[in-house]
Write a protein that binds this ligand. Structure first.
Ligand code: NAP
Length: 511
């Protein structure tokens, strides 16, 4: 059944490349990184829309083990972040491990062999451990709009930008007002003959204090690397303090709301448009967006804001839910991603023959954001409840990499090299972890702020965000607590076979 490896990493964005670096640092070289696309970079490869940049400062939105003294801007653009990830692949010797154009079609746990069977578009693998780093922002979501298939013009999603399509002189409709759309609108407003924005819910947008990082600063960071570390620590510390308002004291965010309202008033003089653009929910409930060019762009004479979602398409006429109509040559969907219904989950078949998607049909649930009951030796990077509302995801990814490293060490300790043992998250431990997470979630702004966001799943449960500081998460994932796992041993010829669902491995409790 194809090549056997100790670890198969799925995805080569920040999570997958970070996992690969960590594996090598742990002395593990028997691994592959399966990537469906033709290059590394994940969401930073796929999102190349005009204006795409990160709204976390680059000195924090980068790996702690690979500081970049040469970030060109405080908030660097997609091109530079993607190039950074390409450099990581080279600098850490990851290329030989990369299997590009290998789309994972199915992963199935074999309870007898105690390994994963992995089918890809370019051949099969077996792996003792799977590290799934497919990311929450990888599969675009386009809403089902009646009549869309009959639209005669151009249609694409923000994460699948068609750079060959000329927007100049066209009537362009942008659907959605999330982090992607608010960067696209100012970047294309001058080019488009007419730009119509379909806003279902207004976002809170704060000014973006971006600037070029001076040559002197860069030189300093290069000559004295600790200065880059200090810069990073400051950026991190501020966000650790800020998050308390999101998680514990949402009422304190009223002051921030006043600043955001002033930001609207500064650029939008028309009181009607101002009212349309002013959210009615607590700031922070949806991601706070950063832009100093969004509102000025909306105030331009070639821009219309329709304060309603796109409901129907009739030929080249777009019809909003409130009945407003507009004509368009192109429709750009900035409508987000499949986050709470992680598509890879349909391709993962666990110990009892059920897919992860079936197991998670009432909502995603994992142990410490990593492992899931019924899926031995399978873990996610950026799993359930590991997202952040205000800081750098790279901090969470690195915490999860520490957990991954300890997981592999624990397997070594159990004499598992060669696939002789596996760890299975105990359902009770998964339940207890999620109970704690959801209890803490109750008073957060994401649950109490009066909005609907992609943080919430179909049942209204917040299965994406971590309701605490990054320090707390790092502490919770520093080590694998073996009492939260069952050890499954490969059944030898003289071993008693004990109730391991769907196979002949034996289970033992570790306390
Ligand atoms: P998103 O935040 O999920 O936003 C989707 C938008 O589409 C929302 O405004 C939603 O409205 C709207 N929408 C959905 N169906 C619609 C319809 N039928 N008509 C009109 N509007 C509709 O997606 P995103 O903007 O791609 O951002 C996703 C995440 O990616 C962000 O939260 C962030 O984590 C990341 N991101 C970061 C950056 C950055 O760092 N600057 C940039 C881009 C993306 P409702 O609000 O009413 O649901």
């Amino acid at each position: 059944m194809g090549q056997h490896v100790r670890v198969a990493v799925v995805g080569s964005g920040f999570g997958g490349l970070g996992a690969a670096v960590r594996l090598r640092r742990e002395g593990i070289t028997d691994f592959v990184v399966l990537e469906r696309a033709g290059s590394v970079g994940g969401t930073w490869r796929d999102n190349s829309y005009p204006g795409c940049a990160c709204d976390v400062p680059s000195h924090l939105y980068s790996f702690s083990f690979a500081p970049n003294p040469d970030w060109p801007r405080v908030f660097s653009g997609q091109r530079h972040i993607r190039a950074y990830l390409e450099r990581i692949a080279d600098a850490f010797g990851l290329r030989p491990h990369l299997r590009l154009h290998h789309e994972v079609r199915l992963m199935r746990w074999d309870n007898d062999a105690l390994h994963w069977e992995i089918e890809t578009s370019r051949g099969n693998f077996t792996a003792e451990v799977v590290v799934s780093a497919t990311g929450p922002l990888s599969d675009p979501r386009i809403p089902e709009v009646p009549g869309l298939a009959g639209f005669p013009g151009k249609v694409f999603h923000s994460a699948r930008w068609d750079h060959d399509y000329e927007l100049r002189g066209k009537r362009v409709a942008v659907i959605g007002t999330g982090a992607s759309a608010i960067q696209i609108v100012p970047a294309i407003q001058r080019e488009a003959a007419r730009l119509t924005l379909f806003q279902r819910t207004p976002p809170w947008v704060m000014p973006r204090a971006d600037r070029a990082i001076s040559t002197a600063e860069r030189r300093l960071h290069r000559a004295l690397p600790f200065t880059g570390t200090v810069r990073r620590k400051l950026l991190w510390g501020i966000r650790e303090l800020q998050v308390q308002a999101f998680t514990k004291r949402p009422n304190e965010l009223g002051l921030v709301e006043a600043l955001a309202k002033a930001n609207i008033a500064k650029a939008i003089k028309d009181p009607e448009l101002r009212a349309v653009l002013t959210p009615s929910y607590r700031i922070g409930c949806k991601r706070i967006l950063l832009s100093s060019s969004y509102y000025p762009a909306l105030a331009q004479p070639n821009v219309d804001v329709i304060a309603s979602g796109l409901a129907e398409v009739r030929g080249s006429t777009l019809v909003a839910a409130d009945g407003t109509e507009c004509e368009a040559d192109a429709v750009i969907f900035g409508t987000g991603f499949h986050v709470t219904d992680m598509p890879i989950a349909e391709r993962v078949v666990g110990a009892d023959g059920r897919t992860l998607a079936e197991t998670w049909r009432n909502g995603m649930e994992s142990l410490r954001g990593a492992t899931a009951a019924g899926f031995p030796n399978w873990m996610t990077i950026i799993g359930p409840n590991t997202g952040l509302g205000n800081s750098s995801m790279i901090l969470m990814i690195e915490a999860q990499l520490a957990y991954m490293a300890d997981y592999l060490r624990q397997l070594d300790g159990l004499g598992a090299v060669g696939g002789r043992a596996a760890l299975a998250a105990r359902p009770a431990a998964v339940r207890a972890w999620n109970h704690r997470v959801q209890e803490r979630m109750r008073r957060t702004v994401w649950n109490t702020g009066g909005c609907t966001s992609w943080y919430l799943d179909a049942n209204g449960r917040n299965t994406t965000i971590w309701p605490g500081t990054t320090t707390e998460f790092r502490r919770a994932t520093r080590r694998v607590d073996l009492s939260e796992y069952e050890v499954i041993r490969a059944a030898g010829p003289h071993t008693d076979v004990a109730g391991c669902a769907g196979g002949s491995g034996t289970r033992e409790a570790v306390r």
